[in-house]
Design a protein around this ligand. Structure first.
Ligand code: ADP
Ligand code: F6P
Length: 484
């Protein structure tokens, strides 16, 4: 599109409501040959599905299906209750291996999470990452109406904003990163660091969960692109003239009313009672809910609980720990390793501490419906959220939203984005197992008054910074004039 038609489109969209195109690696649904369409995992989908539910928008992403399957007789993805239009991108097996399992989840994911496992850099995988970003960019360029707002999500598509701007300069492009953005000491090792920074600067707005992420990005832009950010703005020189990119923090939240309604529903209340009864009505029910990911600190959490039970600080006949672990990225080696580690730890714990009829650690490696998850949150006295690093962590907020009686205790890693807003939780350093044991014990034995005071404050924060506010703040900035 020429600059003139871009300018015309710009004028047109000022006069009308701009259309929104969301692009993310994932669609809100993924196709599983055995179960059919089902909700895709992860915080990005939870958040965006809830804000787009009643909006007119197009969501472009991968469904989990391969290009080889193009001719399979698959029903179209259900669109839900609103006017969400879904556009499926199919990937080849080689693209999934190189772009998704390889560069995205074998290199960028660990790198951005403090390199807690060693990132693996393959040049051929970066090449595939670039080609798949181009594929998504071309699809968006074809689909987006003139002057549309395009909201690009997450680390799988960091090259896309620049590519898209070259194809469609009339679009307003926002990018949001759902995972941490690391400091220069870590990011600098990425072999294609300039390409990533330039890719992101193709946006009009770049958003992170935390101020730290935004500051890291601005420093890196200065260091590697020799640009001079002023405050939260970076001016980039392009053939068509200069352009300003805004960089800021937008902490994501949850759709609180959904969880409150669920938690108050008789179905969830009954199910919560049933869960406790099935577990032998323990005095203390502790819960962990995570994608099965090595960043989540599931292993160290199981160790901490096991030691507390072994040492007799917690009574194994009165305490039960349930760990729900959603299957995730199962073709990536490090995910296979963490699964084996967790399974070994659970079986050791039960072998060592359990008795006939007493199973202190329960482990569920499965997806579950939202109602079941809510029932777990309602049933649990102590929620353990202990990642080594996490962009935000929505599970912590979901638990808090479900504690409608303002009871229960949240143990939260200080290395989550959520910890910035949830200072009233029992904050822990997940690398300090003794410190973590102490915090878990304090949380499990806190007086009702203390638990109530902390939970009331936590709820206030979670309700104040909900997902609507996140989306609205981001869209207002992107659009340059209004929120939703
Ligand atoms: P991440 O995006 O890294 O997976 P978050 O905590 O931010 O981590 O988001 C996870 C989301 O996935 C939450 O909305 C949570 O409710 C959902 N979830 C986690 N485990 C399950 C499960 N077993 N079944 C269904 N949904 C799950
Ligand atoms: O929230 C972080 C995130 O990595 C999302 O980008 C992603 O959709 C989700 O977690 C789940 O991971 P995946 O899409 O690889 O299954």
């Amino acid at each position: 599109m020429s600059e003139t038609s871009g300018q015309r489109a710009e004028q047109e969209h000022r006069d009308s409501d701009q259309e929104l195109v969301v692009v993310a690696n994932r669609l809100p649904l993924e196709y599983d040959p055995e179960t059919g369409w089902r909700p895709a995992p992860g915080g990005l989908v939870t958040a965006m599905e809830s804000v787009l539910r009643d909006k007119d928008a197009t969501w472009i992403g991968w469904s989990g299906r391969y290009e080889d399957d193009r001719h399979q007789d698959v029903p179209p993805p259900p669109t839900g209750s609103g006017n969400l239009h879904i556009e499926e991108v199919l990937l080849t097996r080689a693209e999934v291996a190189g772009y998704y399992e390889g560069l995205s989840n074998g290199a960028i994911w660990p790198l951005y999470h403090d390199a807690i496992v060693t990132p693996i850099y393959h040049r051929t995988q970066f090449d595939t990452y670039r080609r798949v970003n181009e594929k998504f960019a071309r699809r968006v360029a074809q689909s987006a109406p003139p002057g549309a707002l395009v909201w690009v999500h997450d680390y799988q598509l960091q090259l896309l904003p620049r590519m898209l701007r070259q194809l469609r300069p009339d679009l307003r492009i926002g990018f949001f990163l759902h995972i941490p953005f690391p400091p220069a000491e870590i990011f600098s090792q990425f072999p294609w660091r300039r390409q990533i920074l330039e890719g992101l600067l193709g946006s009009d707005l770049v958003g992170f969960h935390t101020k730290d992420g935004a500051v890291n990005f601005l420093r890196l832009v200065r260091k590697f692109l020799a640009l001079r950010p002023g405050g939260d703005r970076v001016v980039v020189d392009e053939l068509s003239g200069t352009r300003t990119v805004r960089v800021d923090a937008f902490p994501i939240g949850i759709r609180t009313q959904d969880f409150v309604e669920l938690a108050n529903s008789p179905e969830v209340q009954d199910r919560a009672r049933e869960i406790r009864a099935d577990l032998g009505d323990p005095k203390t029910l502790m819960l962990g809910v995570d994608r099965l990911d090595y960043t989540k600190g599931i292993d160290v959490r199981i160790r901490a609980v096991t030691e507390l039970l072994e040492d007799g600080d917690l009574d194994p006949t009165e305490t039960v720990f349930v760990q729900v672990a959603t299957p995730s990225r199962e073709n990536v080696e490090e995910y296979q390793r963490i699964r084996e580690d967790v399974e070994l730890l659970v079986s050791r714990a039960n072998g060592d501490i359990g008795k006939l009829g007493v199973t202190p650690v329960h482990y569920l490696h499965q997806n579950m419906p939202r109602t079941e998850l809510a029932a777990m949150y309602v049933a649990a006295d102590v929620m353990l959220v202990t990642p080594f690093r996490d962009g935000m962590n929505l599970v912590a907020k979901e638990y808090v939203a479900c504690r409608v009686h303002e009871d229960g205790a949240l143990v939260l890693s200080e290395f989550t984005g959520a910890a910035n807003q949830m200072a009233e939780a029992w904050l822990v350093n997940p690398y300090d197992i003794d410190g973590m044991k102490g915090a878990i014990l304090d949380a499990a034995t806190a007086s009702p008054e203390e638990a109530h005071a902390r939970m009331a404050a936590l709820r206030h924060g979670v309700f104040e910074h909900d997902v609507e506010r996140w989306a609205s703040d981001f869209m207002r900035d992107l659009e340059g004039r209004r929120g939703w």
